[in-house]
Ligand binder design. Structure first.
Ligand code: ATP
Ligand code: MG
Length: 773
C-alpha cells in the first residue's frame, strides 16, 4: 500500500495536526461543524495506513451505534480510495462496480473487521464477554460469559417482583420505575446497598436498599447484567484484576472518544484506567507508542441529566498531560473553521451561545457563503406550524433536483411534539423516520390508551382487552387471565363475554374477581356512553377512572413525564379530530388513528424526512433544518425557567439544534398551543430574541413560489407550455440555461437544463416557474 496519504489533503492545517498526531494525549476542542468527527475518523485511517497500527489495537468510542456504523463506512471509503490508487492507479469512483465491490470486501477483511468502534455500552459488553468470569462482586457473586443484558423494562419487572412478591409491599408506594431509578443512581455513584442506606437513613431508604440488594442477587441468579453494569463491572474488574486490565491496556494502545463533553464519571474512569493501566501518571517514555485522543465541544454538553459532566473535558490536559513538557501546544488542538453551515446560521449560533456565562470563549469562522437569512415563522397554533413546515418541505423537494426527503430534519424539544408533523407527513405520503425514538402511534402509552378505546368500541377485540386488563396494574394476575381465556375458548365465546358476566368471573377469577368485575364495569359503562360522549370526553374520563395517568404520575420519573405528555397529546388529537370531521364517532377516530400510524417501513435506499428531539440530533447535519416550538416554557423548558444552570443547558441544546443546519434554517413558534387540552397563549422563546435581528426574516421567498401549487399530494399543476430540447429558459434562482433533455410529459414532465454557471440540473418546469426566453 502506498504511504502517500492522499486524504490528508481534505483537511485544514489544524485538522491535519490532529490527524497526524501519533502518540501521547491530545484534546481537540472546537465548535460545532468544525470537523472534529472528521478528524477523529481520518486519524484512525492515518494510524493504520501511515503508522501501521494494527486495527485491533484501536478503540474508538462514539455516542450512538449509528455514528459507529457511519464511522466504519467512512473509514472503509478512505481505505478503498487508497487501494484503488495503488492497485489500479485510478480514482475509486472511476472503477467498475465489480472492482469497487472487490476492494470494499478486501478493506473489510483486512482492516475494519478488527476495529473496535462503538458506544461505551457496546464496547464494554464485548470486553465482558471475554473476561467476566474473572470478576466477582463484593458478595462473591459471579457471572459467566453467556450473560444476558436486561434492558430497562426487564430491570423494572425484576424490581416489581421483589417489591410485590418478596417484600409484600405496595407497589404504588414503591413504584418499580422510581425504585429502579434510585438503584441505578446508587450504582452509578458507586454506592453498595449498605452505603445507600447510610446515605438515606429513613424508611424509604431502608426499603430501597433492601430491594437493591435483592435485585443484585436476582441479576446474578439470572446470569444477567443491567445497562449500568456494562460500565460499572468492567471498571471494578479492571480495579480488581491487574492482569485483566494489563491485557486490555496493552491491546488498546490508541483510544479515541467522540463527543467527550458528554462523558460521565464512570465512563471517564474506564477510559482513564485503560490509558494509564491504573497508575497515577504516565511518563513521557510510556507514551511512546500509545495515545488517547478525545474530541468535544463544551458548548454542546446536553446530557447533564444522565450525569454527563463537561468539566471532564476541561480537565483533560491536567489529567493526561502529566509529565509532558509544554502542555498546551502538545496536548490540545483547536479547530476554528466551520465547514457545515452557511455564515448566517453560524453567526446566529455563535451569538446565541455567547449569552451563556459558564463557558470558554472560542472562535468559529465560517468557510461558506452567507447563505439565506434564517426564516422565522410565527404560526397561529401547533397545527399551522406543522402545516407550514410540511408545505416548505414539499416545495423545496419539488423545486430542487439536488434535494431529496433525506435533506430535511424537524427538531423539537419534547417527543410529544412530533404528532402533528407525523400526521401531515402521512397525509402527504412523505416518507419519514423518527430518529432515536419511536413514532407517535407506536409508543407504548399511546398503544395502551388506543387499546382501551378499541376494547370499548369493539368488545370482541381480545388482543386489546388483554393489553389493558392489568394496565395499570390492578391485581389481575396471569393465572387468572389464563383461566378466563381458557373458559372462553372452551365455550367458544369471546373473552369479553366471560369477563362481563359477574357470575362467571366470581367462579373463575378467585381472589382477583373483584378487580376483574370492576374493570368490566368500567369498560361496559363507557360502551353504553359511546353514542352520547364525544371521544375526547370519553378519553378523559377513561384516563382518570383507569388511573392510567395517575399511575404514571406516581412513578415520578422523566420517562413517565414524557409518557404523560404523549397521552395528553393524544387527547389533543381527539379534540383536533372533532374539530375537523363530520363523523366524530369513536370508530371513526380509531380508524383515523390507525391510518396515521400506517406508513410502510422505509424501503432500502429510500430517503426520508428525519424527525427527532434536539438531544438525538447531536453530531448530525442536514441541508435544511426546522427548529420548531420555540416558545417560553416549551423551549426553554419550563423547568429551566428559574434555574440559571438549567437554562444554560437549554441554550446549549438550542446551539446544537441551530448548528445542525447546512444551507437553510427555519425557526418557528406558535401564538397559541394546545396544552393539556386547552388552548394556551404562548410567548416566543427568549432564544429568538437573543439572535441578531438582521439575520432573521419573516418573508420566505419559497413560500411565495409555493402558493401557486395546490396542497394535495398529486397536485402539480398542468401547464400548457411545450418544452423542447434547445429552448433557452430563465430560472428564478439559477439564471439562464438551455434545455438538453425532456423527460415524460403532461403531469409527469421534467426537463434537464444546462446552466452556464451551475452545470446540469433536472427540474420540474411547472414548479420552478421556468420562463422561455
Ligand atoms: P459536531 O460538533 O456537530 O459533532 P464536528 O465538529 O464533528 O461537528 P464534522 O461532522 O466532522 O464536524 O464536520 C462537519 C462537516 O464539515 C461535515 O460535512 C464534514 O464532512 C465537513 N468538513 C470537515 N472538515 C472539512 C474540511 N477540511 N474541508 C471540507 N469539509 C470539511
Ligand atoms: Mg461530531
Amino acid at each position: 500500500m502506498t504511504t502517500t496519504i492522499d486524504f490528508l489533503s481534505h483537511l485544514n492545517p489544524s485538522q491535519r495536526q490532529a490527524v497526524e498526531h501519533y502518540c501521547g494525549p491530545l484534546l481537540v476542542v472546537a465548535g460545532a461543524g468544525s470537523g472534529k468527527t472528521r478528524a477523529l475518523t481520518y486519524r484512525i485511517a492515518n494510524l493504520i495506513l501511515k503508522h501501521r497500527v494494527d486495527p485491533e489495537n484501536i478503540l474508538a468510542v462514539t455516542f450512538t451505534n449509528k455514528a459507529a456504523r457511519e464511522m466504519k463506512e467512512r473509514i472503509q471509503k478512505l481505505f478503498a480510495e487508497q487501494l484503488a490508487m495503488k492497485e489500479h492507479g485510478q480514482r475509486f469512483d472511476l472503477l467498475t462496480e465489480y472492482e469497487q465491490t472487490k476492494l470494499r470486501s478486501q478493506v473489510w477483511r483486512t482492516y475494519i473487521k478488527d476495529l473496535w468502534c462503538g458506544t461505551f455500552h457496546s464496547l464494554f459488553s464485548r470486553i465482558l464477554r471475554f473476561d467476566i468470569e474473572k470478576y466477582q462482586d463484593e458478595k462473591g457473586r459471579r457471572w459467566n460469559r453467556n450473560f444476558s443484558i436486561f434492558d430497562e423494562s426487564d430491570a423494572q419487572s425484576l424490581v416489581k417482583e421483589i417489591v410485590t412478591k418478596q417484600l409484600n409491599l405496595d407497589d404504588k408506594k414503591f413504584e418499580p420505575r422510581s425504585v429502579r431509578y434510585a438503584i441505578s443512581n446508587a450504582k452509578n455513584q458507586g454506592f453498595s446497598p449498605q452505603e445507600f442506606e447510610r446515605e438515606q437513613p429513613n424508611y424509604r431508604g431502608r426499603v430501597i436498599a433492601d430491594v437493591y440488594s435483592r435485585y443484585q442477587d436476582k441479576l446474578a441468579e439470572n446470569n444477567a447484567l443491567d445497562f449500568d453494569d456494562l460500565i460499572l463491572i468492567p471498571t471494578k474488574l479492571f480495579q480488581q484484576n491487574e492482569q485483566v486490565l494489563g491485557y486490555w491496556h496493552r491491546k488498546f494502545r490508541h483510544i479515541l472518544v467522540d463527543e467527550y463533553q458528554d462523558t460521565n464519571r464512570t465512563q471517564y474512569d474506564l477510559i482513564r484506567l485503560l490509558v494509564t493501566n491504573g497508575e497515577d501518571r504516565k511518563s513521557e517514555w510510556e507514551w511512546q507508542n500509545r495515545s488517547v485522543f478525545v474530541v468535544g465541544d463544551a458548548d454542546q454538553s446536553i446530557y447533564s441529566f444522565r450525569m454527563a459532566d463537561f468539566t471532564i473535558l476541561l480537565e483533560f490536559q491536567n489529567d493526561f498531560g502529566d509529565g509532558l513538557p509544554d502542555e498546551d501546544t502538545r496536548t490540545m488542538v483547536k479547530l476554528e473553521e466551520n465547514y457545515r453551515s452557511c455564515e448566517n446560521i453560524l453567526q446566529a449560533a455563535n451569538e446565541l451561545i455567547e449569552n451563556n456565562t459558564q463557558r470558554i470563549d472560542k472562535v468559529l469562522k465560517p468557510t461558506r457563503g452567507a447563505g439565506e437569512q434564517i426564516y422565522c415563522h410565527k404560526a397561529d397554533d401547533e397545527l399551522e406550524e406543522a402545516d407550514f413546515v410540511i408545505r416548505q418541505i414539499r416545495t423545496l423537494e419539488h423545486q430542487n433536483p439536488e434535494v431529496n426527503w433525506g435533506s430535511f430534519a424537524i427538531l423539537y424539544r419534547t417527543n410529544a411534539q412530533s404528532r402533528p408533523f407525523e400526521e401531515l407527513l402521512v397525509k402527504n405520503q412523505i416518507p419519514y423516520t423518527v430518529v432515536g425514538g419511536i413514532k407517535f402511534y407506536d409508543r407504548k402509552e399511546i398503544k395502551d390508551v388506543i387499546a382501551y378505546l378499541r376494547a370499548i368500541a369493539n368488545p370482541a377485540d381480545t388482543v386489546s382487552l388483554l393489553r389493558v386488563i392489568n394496565t395499570p396494574r390492578r391485581g389481575i394476575g396471569k393465572a387468572t387471565i389464563d383461566n378466563l381465556i381458557n373458559a372462553a375458548q372452551q365455550l367458544g365465546t369471546t373473552l369479553w363475554e366471560i369477563i362481563s358476566d359477574e357470575t362467571s368471573v366470581n367462579t373463575l377469577a378467585g381472589r382477583s374477581a373483584k378487580a376483574v368485575n370492576n374493570f368490566a364495569a368500567m369498560i361496559s359503562n363507557y360502551q353504553e356512553q359511546i353514542a352520547n360522549l364525544p371521544v375526547s370526553e370519553l378519553l378523559m374520563g377513561l384516563l382518570e377512572e383507569s388511573s392510567y395517568v395517575q399511575d404514571l404520575q406516581n412513578q415520578g420519573t422523566d420517562e413517565a413525564e414524557d409518557r404523560i405528555q404523549n397521552v395528553q397529546e393524544l387527547y389533543n388529537a381527539t379534540l383536533q379530530f372533532q374539530e375537523e370531521n363530520e363523523d366524530v364517532s369513536l370508530t371513526a377516530f380509531l380508524q383515523s388513528a390507525a391510518l396515521s400510524s400506517d406508513l410502510d417501513n422505509l424501503k432500502e435506499g429510500q430517503t426520508a424526512v428525519s424527525l427527532m428531539t434536539l438531544h438525538a440530533s447531536k453530531g448530525l447535519e442536514f441541508p435544511v433544518v426546522f427548529l420548531v416550538g420555540l416558545e417560553q416554557g416549551l423551549f426553554p423548558n419550563y423547568r429551566s425557567m428559574n434555574d440559571p444552570a438549567a437554562l444554560e443547558e437549554e441554550r446549549r441544546l438550542c446551539y446544537v439544534g441551530i448548528t445542525r443546519a447546512q444551507e437553510r434554517l427555519y425557526l418557528s413558534f406558535a401564538r397559541e398551543r394546545r396544552l393539556y387540552g386547552s388552548r394556551e397563549p404562548a410567548l416566543r422563546s427568549q432564544f429568538l430574541d437573543e439572535l441578531p435581528e438582521e439575520l432573521l426574516t419573516t418573508k420566505s421567498k419559497i413560500l411565495q413560489v409555493y402558493t401557486k401549487i395546490p396542497a394535495t399530494s398529486n397536485g402539480k399543476q398542468n401547464t400548457t407550455q411545450n418544452w423542447q430540447v434547445g429552448d433557452k429558459v430563465l430560472h428564478k434562482t439559477f439564471g439562464i440555461g438551455e434545455i438538453t433533455h425532456v423527460f415524460g410529459s403532461g403531469n409527469k414532465i421534467s426537463v434537464a437544463i444546462k446552466f452556464s454557471s451551475l452545470g446540469q440540473k433536472i427540474i420540474d418546469p411547472r414548479v420552478a416557474q421556468l420562463q422561455k426566453i
